[in-house]
Design a protein around this ligand. Structure first.
Ligand SMILES: NC(=O)c1ccc[n+]([C@@H]2O[C@H](COP(=O)([O-])OP(=O)(O)OC[C@H]3O[C@@H](n4cnc5c(N)ncnc54)[C@H](OP(=O)(O)O)[C@@H]3O)[C@@H](O)[C@H]2O)c1
Length: 282
């Protein structure tokens, strides 16, 4: 198939390029294609004539979105609208990537696809506006919400912890009152590969199985990487950030289950594989 990939130079984009080699791929990213400029996006899409547009471009710096609100909405909302409109106009299906940040994180169970979004951050609000734009402008779509992502090149929490864990020093304090699904870009790329051939319409949650706090995630990173630096659990209140983090980021994969798909891979198995590969390449 012919696939048009936005955000192709990003963390998920790089992993997707590796996974989708069997297809004909057009990689769109800055500076060649700015997704928020409709004319340029339409021109690139109409010249390539893709079967599927995979939309992974975004402003992903959650704290920076709080101060640069215009840029967040320009890229995540207007940009998604432009990509969706170009896909629809040229008869392509769309697979767009979204986030757990569309939820406020106050529920005491994992969020499923039919829960009402209620973002508490500019990043979450702009990504939700992007979801709505995709729904409106490209009816033939799948929106995949993922979370706690790490993949080749980073930056990600795993990359930060591998770096800090290798430095000598006092025990690292790591937040232990936020829970989510650590997820490899490989697992999301495999899901996207499946959905290219077997579309599921609407919103699909796509995170690895199992959950952890950031502290437990760090414990696993250190275990698989053989790092000996100490770590101590702490509360979110000890690390105030411009954008409030959801206490509960866990996503239930209800739609994948209802569609008869097997569970996503477990986060610990994915992390162990990723760290082994990353260490081999160092
Ligand atoms: N990382 C996570 O933990 C996480 C969690 C949940 C959901 N997601 C979602 O997953 C998707 C991929 O995330 P990622 O971690 O791979 O992000 P990333 O590494 O930040 O990659 C995003 C890419 O989009 C590009 N981009 C930004 N503005 C653009 C514009 N106006 N026009 C064209 N391209 C533009 C970026 O270029 P520059 O680098 O030059 O700005 C970058 O190459 C995003 O939709 C994100 O919201 C990520």
């Amino acid at each position: 198939m012919k696939l048009f990939l936005t955000g192709g130079k990003g963390m998920l984009g790089k992993t997707l390029q590796r996974h989708l080699k069997a297809h004909e791929l057009f990689v769109a990213d800055l500076p060649e294609v700015d997704i928020a400029e409709l004319g340029g996006v339409e021109q690139a899409v109409s010249a390539f004539k893709p079967d599927v547009v995979i939309h992974a471009a975004a402003m992903t710096q959650v704290d920076a979105c709080e101060t640069d609100t215009d840029k967040a909405f320009r890229v995540n909302a207007l940009g998604s609208a432009c990509v969706a409109r170009a896909a629809e106009r040229h008869g392509a299906r769309m697979i767009a990537i979204s986030t757990d940040y569309v939820f406020d994180g106050t529920l005491d169970r994992p969020y499923h696809e039919f829960d009402e979004p209620a973002p508490r951050t500019v990043y979450g609000a702009s990504k939700l506006a992007g979801e709505l734009a995709v729904r409106m402008h490209c009816p033939d779509h799948t929106i995949i919400r993922t979370a706690w992502l790490y993949g080749e090149g980073g930056p990600s929490f795993v990359h930060t912890m591998l770096r800090l864990g290798a430095q000598p020093g006092a025990p690292l304090k790591v937040v232990n009152d936020q829970t989510g699904n650590p997820t490899s870009a490989d697992a999301v790329a495999s899901l996207i590969g499946h959905l290219i051939e077997n579309p599921i319409p609407g919103v699909v949650h796509g995170t690895c199985e199992g959950d952890a706090t950031w502290f437990q995630f760090t414990q696993a990173v250190f275990k698989f990487a053989g790092l000996k630096r100490g770590i101590e659990p702490c509360a979110t209140a000890e690390f105030p950030r411009p954008a409030p983090r959801p206490a509960n980021s866990r996503l239930e994969k209800r739609v994948l289950r209802l569609a008869g798909l097997p569970p996503m891979p477990h986060w610990e198995a994915e992390l162990e594989k990723f760290i082994a590969t990353t260490q081999r390449s160092l």
